[in-house]
Design a protein around this ligand. Sequence first.
Ligand code: COA
Length: 564
Amino acid sequence: MRILLLCHSFNSLTQRLHCELRAAGHKVSVEFDINDVVTEDAVRLFAPDVILAPFLKRAIPASVFEAVPCLIVHPGPLGDRGPAALDWAILDGADQWGVTVLQAVADLDAGPVWAHRDFPLRSASKSSLYRHEVSKAAVEAVFEALEKFERGETPLEVPKAQSRWRPAVRQSDRAIDWAADSSETLRRKIRSADGMPGVRGELFGEPVFLFDARPFQAPVDPSVSPGTPIARSGPAIGVKTIDGAVWIGHVRKAGRQTVKLPATHVFERTCTHLPEIENGYQDIRFEQDGRVGYLHFDFYNGAMGTDACTHLTAAFKAAIEQPLDLLVLMGGPDHWSNGLNLNLIEAAHSPAEESWQNIQAIDRLAEEIIRTTGTWIVSALCGNAGAGGVFLARAADEVWVHPATVLNPHYKDMGNLYGSEFWTYLLPKYSGAENAARIAEARLPMGAEEALTLGLADQILAGQDHGFVDLVRQNAAARLNETLPQRLAQKAATRAQDEAERPLDAYRAAELARMRKNFFGFDPSYHVARYNFVHKIPKSRTPLTLAHHRATPATTSSAKRVTS
Ligand code: COA
């Protein structure tokens, strides 16, 4: 089928569907919902059989849904309607939720239903649920809907009594009451608004939006008033509640043009007096099971700033000092890594200088991974990875991925950023020179199967969504067989040979010379793109790498599925 993905932005669910639909043989093009006339134009140019809308912020105009059937993916169960479905589900403490694929009509989310799926609602942030349960249910429901559509079936009307409209959530609906809310209630309110828009609150008397609330396990002085900051740990500030405390990992100062940042960064000066609790808010955690080590790094949004890279490098070095045969780099449950922390860079006194420090810090980590020859290193991706994060993962000897993992192995969308992390060594090595060039040019997301075909992954660990960690453990145990010493010897020999052909330092120097130009040079594209990304400035047109219907023959050939 010819499927036009109409979306507010190319978000994670849209990327996942883009990968799955192309893999299933559909012809897919993308148009951002910018203007009705632009959408009408896209429909005329692409002549789709169906329009699929996985992520929209407004209704589709009648001129479009009357011309072509439009299927809307709504992140709520049968009968649920409105723009804040997941927010309400979390706030209400629902234990079941769902996804519905319905046909667009004049009233928002009121059309007949093609397919739906339900799932148990985990106690997690909105963006985590969206990336796991919602995406899985949406893919299944979309494929069912498309099959029914192809068979000429008709969608089912939802009985009026079952239909419930819920408006947008206001800040007052999830306002924090430090004097009355338990730690669990506070965390639930914050989770319902995480990643966007956050919950309005106060820290040190300053209005902020709160994000990234995690349980606080240390003992707490009961005489301190709720709402008082009592401790710090890594990026987080611990705040007293009526029944304990919560860690607040990230905040955004209220006001225009502010950026979401680690809480201790925003209150750098104010929080110095707070006691530091080691491993209170644990974004890096090492565990050992016999000869296998697991290094978990759950950085918020997978963003790895200079400090995060430095700490992780230290943890990596400490881990391989242990008597291990195999070390698994686990990343976090939602993201493995998205490379440099663009928010911290944006907020820095000199973004160019901070970019420069950050890229060198992440390169040091990548180099440690590549140069380790005495331990077998595996990257296990439960979530997605983007830009430098993909190549950081590929620096390991093996990459295992969840079947739903989406990789974005390219940098160019960030203002033609050249990229580093030894990608010029790793990508041709694992994907071949020709594919490497096409991957870098295409700037497209890649699903697990495609990553496997193109050498960016070595194994897909299939199982239930949250059984991934168990599958990693089973696989790691299976690797500890008699072939491991041989593999390690082969790895050391290959590394020595690669080094003799061209030293890692030469790759780094060449990459960093290009990055220096991106950061400090005449062309401001990277700074502009980063500003727009961090401040979530909507795109004013769809990139030609996605909008195939607008592409010239030259852009079409590079944007074609890279394996084709
Ligand atoms: N630094 C800081 N924040 C980042 C980030 C980064 N490198 N990458 C993603 N994020 C944040 C986003 O701002 C967003 O924040 P929110 O919680 O306020 O909504 C959140 O992570 C999710 O990102 P989003 O872009 O919505 O995810 P996606 O799944 O739609 O897209 C990517 C994934 C990787 C394509 C996209 O996040 C991206 O391009 N990231 C930047 C990668 C990059 O250029 N890194 C620097 C060079 S190494």
